[in-house]
Design a protein around this ligand. Structure first.
Ligand SMILES: [Zn+2]
Length: 347
């Protein structure tokens, strides 16, 4: 996820600067609580949600599977949850900061884990280097997009860090599907599956509470990573992402949005418009840069000004390829493949 530079108007923040303290919660609507867990990355936190469900609680997203997060969960069980049972654990998508404690919490509470099939299976595949989530495909993906590994000293680009963030996964789940209506505490939440950031991310919309749990799809100040990866090297995820944003534009305008990172905000439609402009701007810059054949590696500095470490380089390559693929699918760039390396030029 990349910080955005030129935001002028847009989201407003109903809780101003207030943030949940470690191991504590802020109630964002009656019965709906905002938790914040630390992450050991540049993006240093994730938001999780706790929704009152009769005499119990539904947990939405679980945090990275570290001892720090688990100690905070134990504190939450002792105070905020007040000894009441957990009825369901909803995981929006497979990424480690969301799914990292799903197995641990399920074992601890006996509650079922609810996920889409795309996210459940991808979690297991990534954790097991299966279904093409392996280094051979990753290395070939980088090479074919102009970055032969070891050429620039990037040993970390192939390491599978998923298992570190997700020490265990549930082996059973309850399937969530697009359009499902999930009743929590007498309120109906509609599952809206969104695409581009993860295979089948679930977001949750509750009309009666005026809330939208947006996962990583819509964040107020940073943009969501939308990338192509080695097991699906011809994918066009930016088309899927922008299509999902268009679908979210049909949600009512006055919702309170609960994003996985940064603050709770209002002004969903302004933010959606900003995100469209952000990607249009990047696509235009890439078109300008591709006045002669360029690989994704060649255009990284068009999209990312700062020096990238290995971790950031993985996401930067994935994003650069995603933008090039959209332009190519639209016929605005042609693709030239030479020596197994893909380069793009203005059509
Ligand atoms: Zn994510």
């Amino acid at each position: 996820m990349i910080p955005e530079s030129s935001v002028t108007a847009g989201p407003t923040y109903p809780f101003d600067e207030a943030l949940p303290a470690p191991g504590e919660a802020i109630e964002v609507r009656p019965g709906v609580h905002w938790l914040r867990m630390p992450l050991p990355f540049a993006l240093d936190h994730i938001n999780l949600w706790l929704v009152a469900d009769g005499d119990g609680w539904v947990i939405v997203d679980t945090g990275l599977g570290t001892s720090t997060t688990r100690e905070l969960w134990d504190r939450l069980f002792a105070n905020t949850l007040r000894g009441r049972p957990v009825t369901r654990i909803i995981v929006t998508h497979y990424h480690p900061d969301h799914a990292g404690n799903a197995g641990w919490l399920a074992a601890k509470t006996g509650a079922p884990v609810c996920m889409t099939t795309g996210e459940f299976l991808t979690a297991h595949a990534v954790r097991d280097d299966a279904a093409g989530h392996d280094n051979t495909n990753a290395a070939e993906f980088y090479r074919s997009n102009g970055l032969p590994l070891d050429s620039e000293g990037q040993p970390g680009m192939l390491s599978n860090s998923y298992r570190r963030g997700v020490p265990e996964l549930p082996t059973r789940y309850q399937r969530l599907m697009d359009g499902d209506r999930v009743t929590i505490g007498g309120h109906e939440w509609r599952v809206i599956c969104v695409f581009g950031h993860a295979p089948e991310q679930a977001t949750l919309f509750c009309e009666s509470l005026g809330l939208f749990i947006s996962g990583d799809q819509v964040l107020p100040r940073i943009t969501t990573n939308v990338g192509v990866w080695g097991n699906q090297p011809d994918a066009n995820p930016l088309a899927h992402y922008l299509g999902s944003l268009e679908r979210l534009a049909s949600l009512p305008p006055h919702l309170r949005v609960l994003p996985s990172h940064d603050r709770v905000f209002e002004g969903l439609h302004d933010r959606l418009a900003q995100l469209h402009r952000h990607h249009e701007d990047r696509l235009a810059k890439l078109l300008t840069a591709c006045d002669m054949p360029r690989s994704a590696r060649d255009v990284l500095d068009v999209l990312f000004r700062r020096k990238l470490d290995d971790h950031q380089m993985r996401f930067a390559m994935a994003e650069a390829v995603a933008h090039l693929h959209l332009l190519h699918a639209q016929g605005r760039l042609t693709r030239i493949e030479e020596g197994g390396v893909r380069r793009y030029q203005r059509a």
